[in-house]
Write a protein that binds this ligand. Structure first.
Ligand code: KG4
Ligand code: ZN
Length: 344
């Protein structure tokens, strides 16, 4: 195979990111640069991402992020083979900024452009970091998505389970908010959970159900009720609520993933590679990883969890997903468009 070097652009939410990734002729992948400009400080006071503020910030930050990514890689655009940008799903204003910028660079340089699906990029990251082959089972858990997918090949994904209401990261964020913790709530809940005891009874919705779907809204409501019953809340009670919530989530995720594994083996056969990849921002949670570690050991699966910097949104995963498509001879025309909704 020929050596390929791709510039990736990510602007679907509140990270302005650009990166350069290379696959060498021998197949080895290398992240040459990975620049992430977080916009957190702009959004924190609103308790969540404000789409219009995010879009404007992308406009301001993106050019410099791309230049930084090229500089860090020690490359000029002459040494780039293709430009990839997240085209969806996500916040439309930001997506347009990334797609238009990516297409402009591609057009000016006569380079191919690849419109990347953000979820697919999360799904393929373990191939960049761990070099794993197909198929594998993917647990994608982020602020906007909760999915169990069978990944068969580049462009071939089968959804085994999803959430019927809130995404897992959203459940962490909403729970944190109702406990008066800052946004984003996931890391805050995890931090406080370490100081608390999981001693407050909470439900485990969907546990034991045949289809590996999730439902998290009821759990969040149960936390609200438990908090109201115990008001005014001491710091210790808040920590206990965080620990109890996180414990419930870990048990739910373990149970649902176990069902996903069973369906995966039904589909690909008992001899299929037993690989579980966990991706998305919530994959940063240590308690969750522990639960998945235990499950994998029991079921003979290997757990692949990309490093934290590549679990949350970044440009390297976009460059890599673009590279995987480009290597198959696929690219998009200048009519490629940003789309807020784009299911895998
Ligand atoms: O993948 P990501 O960076 O952005 C997208 O949603 O695409 O995921 C962000 C989500 C947020 O909901 C955040 O609260 C959650 O991941 N998160 C965590 C942790 N770190 C980030 N949730 C639980 N525990 C964590 N340590
Ligand atoms: Zn994401």
């Amino acid at each position: 195979a020929k050596e390929l070097t791709v510039l990736g652009i990510e602007t679907s939410c509140d990270e302005t990111a650009a990166a350069v990734v290379r696959r060498k002729a021998d197949g080895r992948a290398e992240i040459l640069s990975n620049v992430v400009r977080a916009q957190l400080d702009l959004h924190r006071r609103y308790g969540g991402v404000v789409p219009e503020i995010a879009a404007r910030a992308h406009v301001e930050l993106l050019d410099a992020a791309i230049q930084q990514a090229l500089d860090d890689a020690g490359l000029t655009l002459d040494e780039i083979n293709a430009v990839a940008a997240t085209a969806g799903p996500g916040l439309i204003g930001g997506l347009i900024v990334g797609v238009v910028t990516g297409k402009s660079i591609a057009l000016a340089r006569g380079l191919p452009f690849i419109a990347v699906n953000h979820l697919e990029a999360h799904a393929l990251t373990a191939r960049l970091t761990d070099g794993i082959g197909f198929p594998y089972l993917l647990l994608l858990v982020s602020g906007g998505h909760t999915q169990l997918l069978a990944v068969e090949d580049v462009g071939r994904y089968r959804r085994l389970g999803t959430t019927l209401d809130d995404a897992l990261g959203e459940a962490f964020d909403k729970t944190a908010k109702l406990l008066g913790l800052p946004y984003p709530g996931g890391p805050e809940v995890e931090k406080l959970a370490r100081e608390g005891e999981a001693n407050i009874p909470l439900p485990r919705p969907m546990l034991g159900r045949e289809e590996p779907h999730f439902s998290l809204a009821g759990l969040k409501t149960a936390v609200r009720q438990a908090a109201q019953q115990r008001a005014p809340l001491s710091d210790q009670t808040v920590a206990d609520l965080c620990a109890s919530f996180q414990e419930a989530v870990a048990e739910i995720v373990e149970d649902r993933t176990a069902r996903g594994m069973a369906l995966y083996l039904e589909r690909f056969g008992e001899d299929a590679p037993r690989q579980l990849v966990v991706a998305g921002g919530v994959a940063a949670n240590q308690r969750l990883r522990e639960a998945l570690d235990g499950l994998c050991q029991r079921k003979g699966f290997t757990l692949h969890a990309p490093p934290l910097s590549l679990c949350s949104d970044n440009g390297a995963m976009i460059a890599w997903a673009g590279l995987e498509h480009f290597a198959k001879g696929e690219s998009d025309g200048m009519d490629a468009e940003a789309c807020a909704r784009w299911p895998l």
